[in-house]
Structure formats: C-alpha cells, structure tokens
Design a binder for this molecule. Structure first.
Ligand SMILES: [Zn+2]
Length: 408
C-alpha cells in the first residue's frame, strides 16, 4: 500500500511540475550533463588525460605502445584480459581514454575502452594488471508525449521526435484491443514512458507506464500495474487485462504475409483452396513462441507442413505452427509449454515459398481465424489489488488528459 501512495504522490508532483514547466522540460532533455572530474571511477585530476577514437585496423596494444608501455607488458595485458575482453579486438570509431602519469614520461597507467554508451572496459596496468567492465549510471526520465496520426503511427512518433521503438511497445500493448492496420488520420495518442540516458545521451526507451489511444473517437486506455514482484500487465480503466490468454502472434516484430481466408490461390501448387492459417514472414531462424500455455500434441515432419508443432491448450483450443527450419530442442509430444516459450525456428520446410511461419488456430477441431474470435481475456486485476490499482489509474489518467489538453 505504501508503495502506491508514494507513486501517487510522485505522479501528482509530476503533474504540478509539468503544468508549471512544460516548455522547460523539453529543453532539459537536450542539455548535456556536465562532465565531472570523477569518471570511470577515477579522479581524472590526478592523471594526464589522453583521449582518442579507435582508427580502422588499430589494435589496443598499439595505443599503449604509443604511451610507453613495452611489448612484454602488453602481452601480459592481452593474457590477463582475454576472458573479459579480447584486447586485440577493438571496434573502429569507439572512444578510449588513457590515464597517464603526470611526470615528463606520461606513461599509461590505466586504459579505458568505451564498448558502448553505457559500458566500458578498464585495464588498470599499475602494479598488478586488473581488467574489469564498468557501467556508467543510467538515468531514467519519465516522458509524457502525444501525437496525432497523419499517415501512420510510425510517422507520428518520428514527427514528435519520439523513438520508433515505441511503435513496437504500443503495438504489443494494444495487440488485442486495436488493429494498427486500421488506425486512421485524426486518431491520437498520449503515452507516459521512460527514457534512458547515459551522460545526457539518449540510449533507449524503458517501460511504458500508461497510454491512451483514441481511435474513431473512442478512448483505449492502458495502465501498467504489477500484481506481484515477477511481472506486470496492462489493464484498462476498469481493471480488465489488455492481454488475452493467447499472444497475438507467434513471433515478435513480424508482418502478416497472408491472412486467413476461405479461398486463395496457393503460391506453390497454384490451386484455389482455402488458407486456414495466418502466415507471418520473418527471417529464417527467428524464434517461434507458443501463443498460450498448453501441452505439445505433435512435434514432427510432414510433406506439406514441413517441421511443425501442435499445442493443445484446453479441450476447446489448439494452435499449430508450420514450416519450421528446426523444432526447438526438448519440444516433443506430452511436454508442457508456457506462453512465450520458444518451440521452434522460422524456416521454409514443406510446401513453402520462403521463410515464414503458418500459424493455425483450432477451435473445437476446426480451423478458425483467431483475429475474428472473441478469445478469453487474461486475468483482470485481483480483488485485493483493485483499490490500489484504481488510485494509481486515476492519477495516471489525470496526467494523460493533461497532456492531451495541452497538445491538441
Ligand atoms: Zn500458411
């Protein structure tokens, strides 16, 4: 309970802050954090600092040699660091910093290679050689943004200077609520989410906390709530789960290449026949997930299906996944799998023109189009959490509405 109260106070103060500092916030995002004297865990003032960028074909040993480290010592460093970082392999364009002694020799004492924006490798070569990976602190900022759809969600995000990674998040959140193929000009959204920064530089988005999507004049809300320590779900304004008992698709980041239809011309045989599945095109080797909990009823090969897996979810529903390049190890008849478990990999075995997974959805022994089915919803908010959820939701809702008011 205390947790939620703190969260609500936080949100309310954010609202207050946003009201008063709306323009200022936008500027703050672009400001860089001033470089402190302590960096990578060292007091930079006590060294002579040399900075550089790895050049094409340059090895780290060469840089140390330029800073008066002899070949024997370099060999020792290569040996000592091999389990943590291959000293001989550096990526051109990456930054490095050499902390040298402040005397006239300016000998390298510590060498720091910046692996990524957040991660660096320290080669401390004073006395004993110490090699370790360091991480810069990640700063998380909440961002509230909104946009109007002109042509697509993607364009709306780019136009509003938002990460396109949010498309994937929003599509996943609303997978069963909204058909993103059907969003239209004039639809709009507001989203509260986290942005991750390292030294003032944006490195990616974090969790989405709340969003409102208005489609054809109707609001679709999603609020993130953790019912236990392990995971959270998105719920609507009444506390209904936005997730269904089935995932929308058996693979992430896919595109539908052929929908379920009662009549279509087969791309290989040329015959007119129903297509009783949904095809998702994806690169060969893409993991295929079980769309719901269930027991494997088939994991085998047939001439048409290629390598395929069928899962029985309950007495009513089964799902089937065709044309796999490989069935995942351990997946065999009788095994219980959970939603999201990897059961195989995309391929083009059997009657298939290119790599894709044909996803078939069985209801009472007949194949149906899952996207036209009214499927059972995931669990709603538990009774004991309902009050906390409603409090949280109300404050998040205020925040979303405030942003919408400002921007539209
Ligand atoms: Zn198919």
């Amino acid at each position: 309970m205390k947790r939620y109260l703190i969260l609500i106070v936080l949100i309310l103060s954010t609202i207050f802050y946003l009201v008063n500092n709306k323009e200022k916030i936008k500027i703050d995002f672009q400001e860089k954090v001033k470089e402190p004297n302590v960096k990578f865990g060292f007091d930079l003032d006590s060294f002579s600092i040399k900075k550089g960028t790895i050049k094409e074909g340059q090895v780290l040993g060469e840089i140390l040699y330029l800073h008066h480290v002899d070949h024997n010592q370099i060999n020792r460093i290569v040996k000592k660091s091999k389990d943590i970082f291959d000293f001989r392999r550096a990526v051109p364009g990456k930054k490095y910093t050499v902390l040298c002694s402040k005397d006239t020799n300016e000998t390298a004492q510590v060498f720091i290679y910046e692996k990524s924006l957040a991660e660096y490798v320290v080669f401390d070569i004073r006395n004993d050689i110490k090699v370790y990976i360091g991480e810069k602190p990640i700063e998380i900022k909440n961002r509230l943004s909104s946009g109007i759809i002109e042509s697509s969600l993607w364009n709306a995000l780019v136009y509003n200077n938002l990460s396109p990674a949010l498309v994937v998040e929003l599509e996943a959140i609303y997978a069963w609520t909204l058909d993103f193929f059907k969003i239209q000009k004039g639809d709009y959204f507001t989203v509260l989410f986290e942005e991750k920064y390292v030294e003032g530089e944006f490195i990616g988005i974090g969790e989405v906390k709340a969003s409102s999507f208005t489609h054809s004049g109707k609001n679709f809300y999603a609020f993130y709530f953790e019912e236990n320590e392990l995971y959270g779900d998105f719920f609507d304004h009444e506390g209904n789960n936005l997730r269904k008992t089935f995932l929308r698709a058996p693979i992430k980041y896919s595109r539908i290449s052929s929908r379920f239809s009662k009549k279509r011309k087969h791309p290989v045989t040329g015959q007119w026949k129903g297509h009783f599945g949904t095809d998702y095109a994806a690169p060969a080797g893409t993991p295929i997930m079980a769309t719901a909990n269930g027991t494997i009823s088939k994991a085998s090969y047939s001439r048409n299906n290629g390598n395929y897996v069928k899962i029985k979810h309950n007495t009513k529903y089964s799902t089937q996944y065709l044309h796999m390049s490989k069935i995942a190890s351990g997946i065999k008849k009788g095994k219980f799998v959970k939603q999201g478990d990897i059961i195989g990999y995309v391929g083009s075995t059997g009657l298939a023109t290119g790599p894709h997974v044909c996803y078939r959805f069985w209801k009472n022994g007949r194949q149906v189009d899952p996207y036209k089915e009214k499927l059972p919803a995931g669990e709603p908010i538990k009774k004991e959490n309902k009050d906390n959820y409603m409090l949280l939701k109300d404050s998040l809702l205020q925040l979303l509405q405030l942003e919408t008011l400002y921007d539209l």
